[in-house]
Design a protein around this ligand. Sequence first.
Ligand code: C2E
Ligand code: MG
Ligand code: MG
Length: 327
Amino acid sequence: EVYMLKGTEVMATASVGVVAYPEDGECAENLLKNAEVAMYEAKKQGKNTVAFYTRELNIQVEKRLSMETRLHKALSRGEFSLNYQPQVCLKTGLIIGMEALLRWTTDTDGPVSPAQFIPILEETGLIMEVGEWVLHNACCQCAEWERNGLSGLRVSVNISALQFMRSDLDVTVRNVLQLSGLDPQKLCLELTESMIMIDSSRTMQKLESLTQLGITLSLDDFGTGYSSLEYLGRLPIRELKIDQSFVRRMANTKNDAAVVNTIIAMGHGLGMELVAEGVENKEQLGYLYGEKCGVVQGFLFSKPLPANDFAGFCRGWIPEAVFNMMK
Ligand code: C2E
Ligand code: MG
Ligand code: MG
């Protein structure tokens, strides 16, 4: 519906939550509460619609609330940890670095999937604090490995949009580098398309100030967003991570193979390093090798591992194994 308010056109849509008495509540208070839950469901379904209350809905809302409450305490309770997944260079077969991936383990539910808890960390703003914890721990771990003979490795850390938007990420990174003693060249930040494709001088400034610290910037899940290629070429980004959805479908469909080839060609044209994620089998590896993709990451080599297991994995790694895999 369009309304006129003091000469301005205002669009309003209605999202309606429906409850039935007495099934959905014995008193007005409960009925209203449940109607509200149903209304939020209507909004979630794309607004301007009607949703009926179900018990299942309330269970979902309660689950989400309880997760939120537990996430608030997770950091102080030491429930977060980092796993590391190796990245393999296809020119030398060497492990050149690892992606740090956040894990949350509670004593009641065991490990919770990042797909479940990371969106909640973002919505509540907790990602600011937790993200800094991730950055600090990943850098300290990498610096420690460097000192203890597992040297030459680079660590990649995922940065959420909120962390990037709040203006002091460069200050945080500089402090973390100083505290951990990590060589800036050994740190890579993984950003996503949506957060940097806002063509503003502020975005450019932020990217520049991060690059000036001597670290590397990478674009995660590349190909799933709407990057302007012309703009991409002007950004100080040195690496593209080809999204695993393309890698997965590349062997089956010609179109996906073409997308991968194009991303690689474009990345090379812009002087960028290419990293393929989600490499699970020899066929994918062989194909990416043939297309001159520089770095690969995926279950074919290793799942993300706790720090100690990762160190063991690296010590047992034989570079030639990668090329033997393709035979
Ligand atoms: P991402 O950054 O794209 O990370 C890659 C995801 O793919 C990881 O999932 C990894 O375990 C998974 N993966 C790696 N190799 C394979 C493979 O061969 N096959 C398949 N099917 N999957 C593979 P994970 O650890 O569940 O993380 C999911 C997402 O959560 C990450 O996607 C990232 O966006 C986010 N995330 C994880 N840790 C952090 C963090 O510390 N901070 C922020 N802001 N986001 C994080
Ligand atoms: Mg990533
Ligand atoms: Mg990714």
